[in-house]
Ligand binder design. Structure first.
Ligand code: C2E
Ligand code: CA
Ligand code: CA
Length: 542
């Protein structure tokens, strides 16, 4: 089946769960989103219910984003089909289907996904990102003026990023924004508003009657077709417009939705405004990225805390703050889809800021019973690369009131290597100020202790991939023992991640590991649950 797909050159994400461990739901969702495919193909023909469970795990994300789920079902009994449809399948394939049938079904699923993804994305645009334009139109219409709403789509800016580098892409975006403002002023005079609505789309509205629509569209196209400057590189972008004129007593959302529809048509048909092929295809991740723009304002981003336990005493000595997204329709989403969406939406830094801020603020208000806990916060390579990050971070800590000597900053090895020089400076300033430094996910990447000696590091967090094998594989045990020994030699402590069994904890303790974090003690907890756990621990000790 896979071979047939590869031959046809489709971007399909597929999974064929076989006997053994059921695939973790979170991991499936993350993998599907990361694949950027629009169709999830589940081969559920193997005996057992793993296929159905995979379908159930993906159902919510498929429904919420408008992607498609094609399931090769094990049989065609009504109950089986019902179960898969209930799980969220949008298309099914009988067990005896041949390649031709598979191809036809994939085409149908693809077409279904393309349509719904596009519509959903526009809907999210209309309800949030363009809030300013929305309010502007409402205001103009309240004053009895008629408006034109225009959505401008530029051909993929990320191609420019790839071809000329990200700085050029950013410069280009700034010059596009400036040009967009100038173009709006040119066609509408003072009475106009422009907003970027994510990616390479802009929304514009101005006071004008429908009779001027054609002329305005022509002028905009001409102005935007002139080359843009990204540094010394002149770049031409493809431009498509969708335009709608307000009807008396229509609401702004509907005007914007019609402009969005017009844009879809311009992109789909061979109309005069179609200058380029389909703009970047919309993926489920794009839909999620569009949602994320408002998730922060709406307070949907939350923090959970996972205890870190001292192996010797069994006491909780600290917690790691981990991000969650309480998605209005998808339910709680893990950190991986959240950060993938943030990267797509260019919101990585905003998200990082937000998370650090709320984690610190909450921890600063912890009751006395929790005042011995350390707090670990994750920082990213992008954080470190940012100008003035150390100062910003330290100011944030100071204004939260959380004691700096109880704070740990975690950064992954990959994050370090990508920005080694900067990272050294940043970590140094943080450490001087009293923050402890942990290297996250240690043991999977470069794992070079050599460069670590040149950095100020307090903890190594042993990756859970190593930990999960420690009681089974002798080789991993040797590696772990080696890491622990060298770390001790360099004055670093070890925190073992992903400890799930008592045996692992005992063994790690014997190897010289001091602290662990993992499901054995607790999954990441909300604040109330954490508090209850700490209070119980204190009562037992008393
Ligand atoms: P991480 O920093 O290595 O976080 C530990 C991850 O392991 C968490 O997943 C946690 O839920 C999971 N975990 C903990 N104990 C166990 C266990 O015993 N077994 C297994 N199988 N897993 C366990 P989560 O929350 O999905 O986070 C994934 C990654 O996303 C994190 O890996 C971290 O790199 C990133 N992340 C999460 N929250 C934040 C944040 O607030 N800021 C930044 N920059 N990154 C974050
Ligand atoms: Ca971490
Ligand atoms: Ca980790």
């Amino acid at each position: 089946m896979d071979e047939a797909i590869i031959r046809a050159g489709w971007a399909i994400w597929s999974v064929a769960p076989r006997d053994g461990e059921p695939p973790a739901g979170d991991a499936l969702v993350g993998a599907f989103l990361a694949s950027e495919a629009r169709v999830a193909l589940i081969d559920a023909r193997a005996p057992g219910d793993l296929g159905l469970r995979a379908a159930q795990a993906l159902g919510a994300v498929i429904a919420a984003t408008g992607a498609a789920m094609l399931v090769a079902v094990p049989d065609t009994l009504p109950d089986t089909l019902d179960a898969f449809v209930a799980a969220g399948a949008t298309h099914v394939l009988t067990p005896d289907a041949d390649d031709a049938m598979l191809h036809a079904s994939l085409k149908l699923a693809e077409r279904h996904a393309r349509r719904t993804l596009d519509v959903r994305r526009r809907r999210t645009h209309a309800d949030g990102e363009v809030g300013e334009v929305h309010r502007w139109i409402a205001d103009a219409m309240d004053h009895g003026q008629s408006c034109l709403a225009i959505i401008v789509a530029l051909s993929r800016l990320d191609l420019i990023n790839a071809a000329h580098g990200r700085p050029a892409g950013n410069m280009l975006l700034r010059s596009v924004e400036t040009r967009m403002q100038a173009a709006a002023a040119e066609v509408f005079g003072d009475g106009a508003v422009v907003a970027r609505s994510g990616g390479a789309e802009f929304v514009m509205a101005g006071v004008a009657g429908p009779d001027r629509a054609r002329a305005i569209a022509d002028t905009l196209e001409t102005l935007l077709a002139l080359p843009f400057q990204a540094g010394s590189v002149p770049i031409r972008l493809g431009v498509r417009l969708g335009l709608a004129a307000s009807q008396p007593s229509e609401d702004p959302a509907s005007v914007l939705a019609r402009a969005g529809e017009a844009l879809s048509q311009a992109q789909a048909g061979d109309g005069t405004m179609l200058r380029f092929a389909h703009p970047g295809d919309v993926t489920p991740l794009d839909v999620l990225a569009a949602d994320l723009h408002h998730a922060i304002e709406r307070g949907e981003i939350d923090i959970v805390f996972q205890p870190q336990v001292e192996i010797r005493s069994g006491r909780i000595t600290g917690v790691e703050a981990l991000a969650r997204w309480r998605h209005p329709t998808l339910g709680p989403l893990g950190a991986d889809p959240l950060f993938a969406a943030a990267e797509r939406a260019d919101l990585g830094l905003a998200l990082s800021d937000h998370i650090q801020q709320i984690a610190l603020q909450r921890a600063a208000r912890w009751p006395l019973a929790m005042s011995h806990l350390r707090l670990s916060i994750n920082i990213t390579a992008a954080d470190v690369a940012r100008a003035g990050f150390a100062r910003l971070f330290l100011e944030r800590v100071a204004s939260s009131g959380f004691p700096i000597d109880r704070l740990t900053a975690e950064i992954t090895e990959t994050g370090l290597i990508r920005e080694l020089d900067r990272a050294a400076v940043v970590l140094d300033s943080l450490r001087q100020a009293g923050v402890r430094i942990a290297i996250d996910d240690f043991g999977t990447g470069y794992s070079s202790l050599a460069y670590l000696t040149s950095l100020p590091i307090d903890y190594l967090k042993l990756d859970r991939a190593l930990v999960s094998e420690v009681d089974a594989s002798r080789r991993d045990r040797v590696v772990v023992r080696g890491i622990i020994r060298i770390a001790a030699h360099l004055g670093m402590s070890i925190v073992a991640e992903g400890v799930e069994t008592h045996d692992q904890a005992v063994l790690l303790g014997r190897l010289g590991c001091e602290i662990y974090q993992g499901f054995l003690r607790a999954a990441p907890l909300d604040e109330a649950a954490l508090r209850a756990m700490i209070e119980e621990e204190l009562e037992c000790a008393a």
